[in-house]
Write a protein that binds this ligand. Structure first.
Ligand code: C5P
Length: 223
């Protein structure tokens, strides 16, 4: 039987990671956090002092380094040559620089290939990002677009950062989110869009649990 794919796209802080992980767990399916892939590459390149604007140099690092992505109860665990960099890839420095990687056609092509390879081996899968339903898996069985107001997204992101021990200013977090939204939506290569055939959910006034429940019933109805 053909593997089934559910895609969840949306802007930063819309709750994609939490609900896609939980949806995958409840369905008993694999889970892919593609933002973590962009972040891991940005981190690895910066660690080697690589100029992120030099696509060839970054692509060489992507080909040489060994990245592993393993789901865990606290989120996706990311290993760079067996070193756990799960926390490092969420730092404000990586968050601020990752759009440079994401705007490169060459680097996106590489990561999209890795995502499709992952899907080949993963069996049924829930995948989240910015272009999963629009570009990477246009024939996905169910597509969701998860959105929320910018203020609530900033509050959620700030709470996450605080929980991981980082000191944050809510205004700074909001500005960073707005900047990233603009970069993600206006770039030429696979910009963040809502796929035409996606089910749109606004999570501004509902909990992650309610979003997951809605998604679960939609998936069960369609598949
Ligand atoms: O989802 P997360 O905030 O971890 O994603 C980090 C960044 O990676 C996004 O701001 C976006 O620029 C990029 N990204 C992307 N395409 C994806 C996933 C993430 O461009 N499929």
């Amino acid at each position: 039987m053909k593997s089934r794919i559910v895609t969840i796209d949306g802007p930063a802080g819309s709750g994609k990671s939490t609900v896609s992980r939980e949806l995958a767990r409840r369905l008993g399916w694999s889970f892919l956090d593609t933002g973590a892939m962009y972040r891991a590459l940005a981190y690895a390149a910066a660690e080697e002092g690589q100029d992120l604007g030099d696509e060839k140099g970054v692509a060489e690092i992507a080909g040489r380094q060994n990245f592993e992505f393993t789901p865990s109860s606290e989120g996706i665990k990311v290993f760079l040559d067996r070193r756990d960099i799960s926390k490092e890839i969420r730092s404000p420095e990586v968050t601020a620089s990752v759009s440079r990687i994401a705007s490169s056609v060459v680097l996106r092509r590489l990561l999209v290939e890795m995502q499709r390879d992952f899907a080949q081996k993963a069996g049924d899968m829930v995948t989240e990002g910015r272009d999963q339903g629009s570009v990477v898996f246009p024939d996905a069985d169910v597509k969701f677009y998860l959105d929320a107001g910018v203020k609530i997204r900033a509050q959620r992101r700030a709470a996450e950062l605080e929980a991981s021990g980082q000191r944050v200013d809510i205004q700074d977090v909001m500005k960073a989110i707005e900047k990233r939204d603009l970069a993600d939506k206006s770039r030429e290569a696979a910009p963040l869009v809502c796929p035409e055939d996606a089910i749109v959910i606004d999570s501004s006034n509902i909990s992650a649990e309610q979003v997951t429940e809605r998604m679960l019933s939609a998936v069960k109805e369609i598949i």
